[in-house]
Every structure is written in C-alpha cells, then in structure tokens.
Design a protein around this ligand. Structure first.
Ligand code: PA5
Length: 446
C-alpha cells in the first residue's frame, strides 16, 4: 500500500512553520463535513468511484484487436482525455515506441507542425485511431478528428470506419452521432464521470491494454485503496489527510503552491496529470491551490534553490519509489580520483533515493514544509492506487475549500469564445464580444 510520512509538515519537526495536531483537530467539524459530502455522494460526479467495478471485457477485446491489427495507435483527445492515457503509457511502458508495437502517439494540442511531423512518420494504412472526447464537442479534438477522418477515408474508403474507436458519452454529443451513423466501434465515458476523473474508465484503460498493460491491475490497485480512502478518520485516510494538510498550509501559513516531485522519470507525466486534476478542480471562486509539476533529481539542479530560499509560499511533496524493478551498480573505475571514488560500489537506486532524502532534510532544516508519499514499486497495481488516491484527495480538497471540484466554468468560457471566433452556430454573441475586444486590443504595445 502507498503511505504518507507527513512528519515534516508538523511543528515538532519544522518549528513554527509547521502544523500542530491542534490545528488539525481545530477544524475537525470542517473535515467531518467534507468527509460526509464525499461519502454521501454530494456530487453525482463522484461516480468515478464506481469505475473500479466496471466490466472490462469490451476494452480488452478492442485492445486485443488493435494490438493484432495496427502498427500505430493514435490517440486524439485533450485535457482529461489525454493526460491520463499519457501518464499510464509513460509510467508503465517507458520508451514504448522504441521497443514495442503498436507505437503509441497522443496528439492533444492542435499544433499544425506536430501533426505534419506525425503524419510524415506514421503510415495511416497501418494506424488505428482512438478519438476521445466525453462531450464530443471540444474544438481541438473535433478538428484533429475531422482531419484524420478525411485522410483515412481517402486512403481506405468505406473501410476507414473500421480503423477508429470513439470513446465518448454513451448517448449524447456529435461524436456519438457520427459513431452511430458511420458504425464506428465505441467505448463509453460514463455520463457522470468528469474528464479529469476518467483515467480509470475506457479513456485510460484502452491505452493500457494496447500497450500490453492489464487494465484490471490498475482497477485492482485502486479497489484495494478504496476503503482506506473512504475511512472517516483523517489520521487513517491518506486522501483526506493529504487534502487537509494542504488546505491548512494554505489557510494558516499562506502556502498555496503545491510542488509534486516524483523521484522516477516515468512518473513525470503523473505530475502533469495531477496538476490538471488539482488546478481545474480547485481553482474557482477566488480560491484554489496551485499545483507545480516537477521531477527529482532533475529539478534539484533547476528549482530547488527557489523552494529552499525563495518565497515561503510552497509545500513540497515527494513521491519515492522503494523498488525500481531493476538497479545498476556504479563500477569501481578511476579509483584514484577521490571526487568519483566515493560512488563506486553504490547503485543508482541508492543515489536517487539518497538525493530524495537529502533534499527532504535540506528543506526540513530550512523550515520548509514537505512530505513524502512512498510507493512500494511502479506497476499497474500501484499506479491504480495513486490515481484513485489523488482523485479522492482532490474531491476532499474541493469539499474543504467549499468549491465544486467537478465543474470548470472558467474553461467553458474559453471554449465558448473559441466557438464564436470559429463561427459555430449559437455562439454569435460570443463572436460579437471577440470583435469588440479586437477593436480595442493592442493599445499598450511596443
Ligand atoms: O476535466 C475536464 O473536464 C477537461 O479537462 C476535459 O477533459 C477536456 O476539456 C476535454 O473534454 P472532452 O473530453 O469533453 O473533449
């Protein structure tokens, strides 16, 4: 099971910059209220909890077919529809495209240069495309789908529809209609599961299967931590504790920036996934906690100075992995060079984990709050635990902050203005707003 050591968040370890048991106990009515909101399913989108018992037969079947019939698997989607699949791919199958088939490409941004480059290296005849959009209306995914559909039609004619799988709402939306009309294989995103909470639905699970990862292992890991994340005792529930600690650090110590530092390359994209979840769920009504993605040891040589001596507005949390599944011994060469000699006989795992501990201690000595999440090893089982743990923590944090962690009104406004600019029917007022804005734009420019 993953565990959290939060000693370095407490005043006993970092003095007055830390929290006390009293500060946690003082807000126990708030914690209890937040707990009840989640346990009693205050928001229907808490249905992501039920994904853990889903039937994965159709996902596995689609995965087997794609693995057998494609050289390339191209995923079109953005935000919650891309970050989860990417986190799974990078965590569990690093350097995938250099080692295995089908190669996996995730095209999320609508950068024309990226698509041009991508199309120059993949053979579309041997490509299977997964279009993921819960709403079916997101402009980026719609645009890339239209381009790829047109190209596939030109190459494969009526067989094009056999090279797509569409992951979307089971009933609503333009993508669902197209899938029905064109008889394209589909997988559902349950209507009450929000985009950024959808990694353990077909959104993430199909990519897992295509890359040779048993999606049931992700679900098994998540299921095993579920009851712990639903414990009503904050000291026994790591997700509730995580939310409470970061909530209190913001409220009492003005530390609103939360830096996530995994000490494992393949968890870099878990950081990106977490940052979207934390930012988009909590940043509203002038409230929120600001996530900041990072990577150890790399960022010790880039960001650490700021964390130790910069503005006291951050909490750093590490993800430390006990077992890398492999290790490499540092050989005894250049024995007479003292500057290198001390490393000989040690291993890379010893070095990376020592650096994590050293950074933790340096922060602690400087009175900078930090805590460590330890993961026994990175495989589908523990990645499933991490996903579910962070999703539950985010829901609890939303309840503590008294914001709805499942909507994103700010993002919707940007989407609507884009629709107006691009001439979508029904968004004429938004177009007028943009025209007005453009008239006055650029007055203060050099
Ligand atoms: O979390 C969210 O709701 C968003 O990040 C969405 O995932 C993102 O905007 C993409 O939406 P959709 O899947 O509807 O295309």
């Amino acid at each position: 099971m993953i565990s959290i050591d939060y000693s370095n968040m407490m005043e006993e370890y970092i003095g007055s910059k830390g929290l006390s048991n009293l500060s946690i106990n003082n807000i126990s009515p708030q914690i209890e209220k937040a707990y009840k909101m989640i346990a009693n399913r205050e928001w229907k989108q808490l249905e992501f909890i039920d994904l853990l018992s889903q039937d994965t037969a159709e996902i596995k079947k689609a995965g087997r077919y794609i693995k057998k019939s494609a050289d390339n698997f191209l995923l079109l989607g953005i935000g919650g529809s891309a970050l989860g699949p990417r986190a799974i791919l990078e965590a569990l199958s690093p350097f995938h495209n250099l080692k295995k088939r089908p190669r996996v490409f995730i095209y999320d941004n609508v950068d024309p240069r990226t698509l041009k480059n991508l199309l120059s290296i993949i053979d579309l005849k041997k490509t299977f495309i997964n279009v993921i959009s819960k709403s079916g209306s997101t402009a980026e995914t719609a645009a890339s789908f239209l381009i790829l559909w047109d190209k596939m039609k030109r190459i494969l004619g009526k067989d094009a529809s056999k090279r797509f799988v569409i992951t979307t709402d089971p009933e609503k939306g333009s993508l669902r209609k197209i899938a029905n009309d064109e008889k394209i294989l589909t997988l559902p995103v349950p209507p009450n599961v929000g985009g950024r909470y959808s990694v353990l639905s077909p959104v993430g699970l199909l990519t897992a299967e295509v890359t040779g990862i048993d999606c049931n292992e992700l679900l098994r890991g998540a299921s095993d931590i579920k009851s712990i994340c639903l414990n009503n005792d904050v000291y026994k529930n790591p997700a509730l504790l995580f939310a409470t600690l970061l909530f209190l650090m913001d409220k009492e110590k003005n530390r609103h920036i939360n830096v996530m530092v995994p000490y494992m390359d393949s968890l870099k994209f878990l950081s990106e996934w977490f940052c979207q979840l934390w930012a988009e769920s909590l940043g509203k009504e002038n409230k929120g906690l600001t996530p900041y993605p990072s990577l150890g040891t790399t960022d010790q040589h880039s960001q650490l100075q700021l964390w130790i001596e910069g503005p006291p507005d951050k909490v750093i949390f590490f993800i430390r992995v006990d077992d890398f599944g492999t290790d490499i011994k540092i050989p005894a060469v250049f024995k007479n060079i003292e500057g290198y000699n001390y490393l000989s006989g040690h291993t890379l795992k010893e070095l990376i984990n020592s650096e994590q501990e050293a950074t933790e201690l340096a922060l602690t000595k400087a009175g900078r709050p930090n805590f460590t999440i330890t993961v026994p090893q990175i495989n589908a089982y523990y990645l499933g635990q991490l996903f579910f743990f962070f999703e539950m923590a985010t829901a609890f944090a939303g309840a503590l902050l008294e914001v709805n962690p499942f909507d994103q009104p700010g993002v919707e406004e940007g989407k609507n203005l884009t629709y107006g600019m691009m001439g979508k029917k029904g968004f004429e007022e938004k177009k007028k707003e943009v025209d007005e804005y453009r008239k006055n734009k650029g007055k203060w420019r050099i």
